[in-house]
Design a protein around this ligand. Structure first.
Ligand SMILES: *Cc1c(COP(=O)(O)O)cnc(C)c1O
Length: 465
């Protein structure tokens, strides 16, 4: 399988090169040249496979340059860290199938991709005899999932900035209690945006970036999308065992459009009609809902909500879908993305028919999030986290009788204890991995939001290529 950039400026590369490149060198995103098709017979033959076996079948169709036995080993190691039978189990509540993606080490769905990416990086770096210094800023969830993805790995150091005292206590402890020598937490006196700005500036210092082989943890790495395709296929197989229908709908709480884009890839891979429709659910940051409902893709102000991992305006994976919408026309995609960078908006109202064949969308208010958590708890004795509640609410609004609906549960409710407790009047069950976390030893540097100071810290502690 070869990979191309959505902006057409990268000559075809192989999977491992696409993984190491991350963002395409021309500023676009990397995509496979074609999407492999899975026939109904093959799909039936996958029915009884374990999660890891299925992951190998799905992923290997996109990978030509890693020997099968090595890829199998990487996948197996990535999913033994999950604490649930079948890795991503489905539970049946309120007429919906809830796909629990939060049984990994940091209790959020990002583990599914980042456990795999960490092992993949380690494998590729050993092969190339090189090193990687990962640098990123987090508002909470991505940082801990990335840290757990690479902790203790050879040839990788990771530096994560978070805003001092502006992430939840649990989120902070999940990051700073990781004491492995290759993990560097930096709390900055400033906001998440300050951290983001510093990271961008350091990355734009090309000499520095090359001297230290800096890498990002952004959600645009193709390997992250690929790892997420697996649980869509897995769910289709498992729902089919319970219900006779061959079509399934999915509801996806959406921020950077990575998770739902994996759904688009799964839809293209599987026999026509297997995945019928994707319900794109946003919080009050509704740019993607406006895009689906009227073709208006225009930036607004970022609002703070109870689902912080979805407090996003420009969705970093959107360009991949745009490329498909433009019928794989890279020149047109590049033009539109440049227009968006300049004006903060593009008008896609001419593409409504196509867009609506893929999605329906809903933006869910803060009040509705709290009500959904409460009513789901009271009626079905099941506790939703605020992100998952957004998907569930949008699913209930858009459910078609007779078509099974799978709702992606993207975080464990204990990660958002306060919001949940406010909604239902009692705290959620605390999983073992969080018990006693506030008493554990931590390691973290407190620094000013100063680019020079942080850059110096990184250069002192980075692995030398
Ligand atoms: C990251 C995240 C999302 C949004 O996923 P995208 O791939 O960015 O759309 C939703 N819920 C939780 C809990 C997350 O951490």
């Amino acid at each position: 399988m070869q990979y191309l950039s959505t902006r057409g400026g990268v000559s075809p590369i192989l999977f491992t090169e696409a993984v190491m490149m991350g963002l395409a060198e021309d500023g676009g995103l990397l995509l496979p040249r074609t999407i492999p098709r899975i026939g109904s017979e093959t799909l039936s033959a996958w029915q009884k496979m374990s999660y890891a076996e299925l992951a190998f079948e799905v992923m290997s169709r996109f990978v030509d340059d890693i020997p099968s036995s090595d890829l199998k080993d990487i996948i197996n190691r990535s999913y033994t860290t999950f604490n649930a039978e079948g890795v991503t189990p489905l539970v049946h509540k309120g007429g919906l199938h809830i796909l629990e993606l939060f049984h990994g080490p940091t209790l959020a769905f990002k583990d599914v991709a980042l456990q795999f990416l960490g092992n993949l990086f380690e494998y590729l770096l050993a092969k190339n005899q090189s090193v990687l210094n990962i640098l990123g800023a987090t508002s909470g969830d991505t940082g801990s999932a990335a840290i757990y993805g690479v902790r203790g790995k050879e040839r990788i150091n990771i530096f994560i900035l978070h805003p001092h005292q502006r992430v939840s206590a649990v989120q902070e402890k999940q990051m700073t209690t990781v004491l492995d020598a290759n993990v560097f937490n930096i709390a900055i006196r400033g906001s998440f945006d300050d951290g983001q700005t510093i990271i961008k500036k350091i990355f734009s210092d090309i000499d520095f970036k090359n001297t230290f082989n800096l890498g990002a943890i952004n959600s645009i790495n193709w390997a992250r999308v690929l790892a997420q395709v697996v649980y869509y296929v897995h769910s289709c197989l498992h729902v089919a065992m319970h219900e006779k229908d061959s079509s399934v709908d999915f509801a996806i709480p959406t921020g950077n459009f990575g998770d739902i884009f994996a759904g688009i890839i799964a839809k293209k891979m599987l026999p026509a009609g297997t995945i019928r429709q994707l319900v794109l659910a946003t919080n009050e940051n509704d740019i993607l809902t406006r895009f689906v409902n009227s073709g208006d893709y225009s930036l607004g102000e970022v609002k703070r909500t109870s689902s912080p991992s979805m407090d996003i305006q420009a969705a970093s994976n959107f360009e991949r879908y745009l490329y498909y919408l433009m019928d794989s026309d890279a020149a047109r995609t590049k033009e539109l993305m440049e227009e968006f960078a300049q004006n903060g908006k593009i008008d896609l109202s001419g593409y409504q028919d196509q867009i609506r064949r893929d999605f329906v969308a809903a933006s869910i208010s803060e009040t509705a999030v709290a009500e959904t958590i409460k009513s789901f708890y009271e009626e079905y004795d099941y506790i939703l986290d605020p992100h998952t509640a957004i998907g569930v609410k949008a699913a209930l609004q858009n459910k078609t009788v007779g078509v099974p609906m799978v709702c992606l549960a993207t975080a464990h409710p204990a990660k958002f204890c306060k919001v949940v407790e406010d909604a239902i009047g009692t705290p959620p069950h605390i999983p073992d991995s969080l018990i006693g976390i506030t008493d554990k030893a931590t390691r973290c540097e407190l620094m000013e939001a100063d680019m020079k100071e942080i850059q110096e810290f990184v250069s002192r502690n980075a692995l030398q290529p």
